[in-house]
Design a protein around this ligand. Structure first.
Ligand code: ATP
Ligand code: MG
Length: 260
């Protein structure tokens, strides 16, 4: 059974069809990239999967549970965690507190607890704090715990958002353009981090524009254009697909640059 199944989703905004009969399955433990030109419907699809938007038709199944009309909070408790294209950090909380927010879903003793060897007997609050600190150090921000997110670099803020997502101890982590605006060194660091997350057993679904980045990190790529799936396969297969080349013509995908 795939971890995530998206079946025949349709979504319109005021008569404009933005997702048009879109289906995909994501296997447990893979890093899947969702790519497509600006306005293709990627973020809308993330919103439908994570419960922020209801689809007009279709179904979403997570870990064999039908989450189609479920509220976002409840879906999060089932193990789905996501970041946003535009930063949603809380400027009046410090870095550590921003990660702790991610623990607000009901605590589940999942594989992250095991992976991080969190003792089972501690008081819950101390446990949350420890886990949040572990997540910070997992993404390399342990020295920034007491700072305001405002003083972090753009790249550090992206990492903080991932740390907060991980604080849910997700089985499925969804990242909306995590590499946007990162320099080469930061991109390489992010690739290593995503691989480390995968090695812990999590499944990752990410939206990304940069083909060089995708080639090094994703197991499989799904391409969406005007709300429809136009290709799916290994990164090298998709890169040479006629329909993909056509959809991206003049948009810089093949040059590996960010078209947005
Ligand atoms: N809340 C909304 N109301 C009306 N139209 C919307 C809404 N959200 C998105 N759209 C439209 O739906 C289409 C898909 O938008 P979406 O944000 O999903 O694209 P995207 O693939 O994430 O693009 P980008 O690469 O620019 O982030 C666009 O035409 C957008 O203008
Ligand atoms: Mg988007």
């Amino acid at each position: 059974m795939p971890l995530l199944e998206v079946v025949d989703i349709e979504k319109s905004f005021g008569g404009l069809m933005v997702i048009a009969g879109f289906s995909m399955s994501v296997e447990r433990g893979e890093i899947r990239a969702l790519i497509g030109p600006n306005g293709a419907g990627k973020t809308t699809l993330f919103n439908v999967i994570s419960g922020l938007l209801d689809a007009s038709t279709g179904r979403v199944i997570l870990d064999s549970v039908d989450i189609t009309r479920m509220e976002a909070d409840k879906i999060a408790r089932l193990g789905l965690s996501r970041t946003f294209q535009i930063s949603r950090l809380f400027p009046r909380m410090n870095v550590l507190e921003n990660v702790l927010i991610g623990r607000h879903v009901e605590y589940r003793r999942g594989f992250w607890a095991q992976a991080l060897r969190l003792p089972g007997v501690r008081k819950e609050e101390a446990e949350h704090l420890d886990a949040a600190r572990e997540m910070l150090s997992f993404v390399g921000l342990e020295d920034k715990a007491e700072l305001s997110p405002d003083v972090l670099t753009h790249g550090e803020r992206r990492l903080l958002e991932i740390a907060r997502g991980l604080a849910h101890e997700p089985t499925l982590l969804m990242l909306d353009e995590p590499a946007a605006g990162l320099n080469d060194t930061e991109s390489r660091g992010l690739i290593a981090l995503l691989q480390a997350i995968k090695a812990q057993g999590a499944t990752i679904l990410l939206i990304e524009h940069d083909m060089k980045f995708l080639m090094s990190v994703s197991d499989k790529v799904t391409v969406i254009n005007q709300g429809e799936k136009i290709a799916e396969g290994r990164p090298d297969e998709v890169q040479n697909d006629e329909r993909v080349i056509e959809a991206y013509l003049g948009r810089g995908l093949l040059a590996g640059s960010d078209p947005s």
